[in-house]
Design a protein around this ligand. Sequence first.
Ligand code: ZNH
Length: 146
Amino acid sequence: HWTDAERHTIADLWARIKPDELGAQALARLLIVYPWTQRYFSSFGNLSNAAAIIGNPKVAAHGSVVVGGLEKAVKNLDNVKGIYTKLSELHSETLHVDPSNFTLFSDCLTITLAAKLGPSVFNAEVHETWQKFINVVVDALSKQYH
Ligand code: ZNH
């Protein structure tokens, strides 16, 4: 259920960004804008203010890990559910991450991406395709919750 144009858009978006940078910035944004999400990262040290969060190397490192997970979805558009089965289980059963956080994080990703690329690249059509992609990701990550 992906058109060639959509596949091209997702691949092109991904080629334009530095995944590690996107992950670090989006995760920092999550922790700043939705401070209650910090509860999952109690081992990350100082998250007491925006500068500390932005400069925290554990935030940056975990941002890379998360975005590495996203990259798998980018490269496996036709089987996102399949490749995320274990990851969904981990977030549900082991990490106990409330799935509403996936939506919050996906909004942070979208804002970070749009701010980086600007509206001439991240136009309405590209936004729509990106939103479809990230919805599939959130859906797949939420799949193993019961
Ligand atoms: Zn997550 C982990 C992905 C979201 C929380 N994650 C993780 C990992 C990955 C991911 C890949 C690793 C795993 C292993 O190790 O095996 N995530 C992801 C994705 C997403 C996410 C793709 C979306 C898009 N997460 C999320 C959120 C949250 C989280 C939203 C909250 C808020 N994670 C988490 C935690 C962990 C993880 C806590 C663990 C960490 C450590 O290191 O311990």
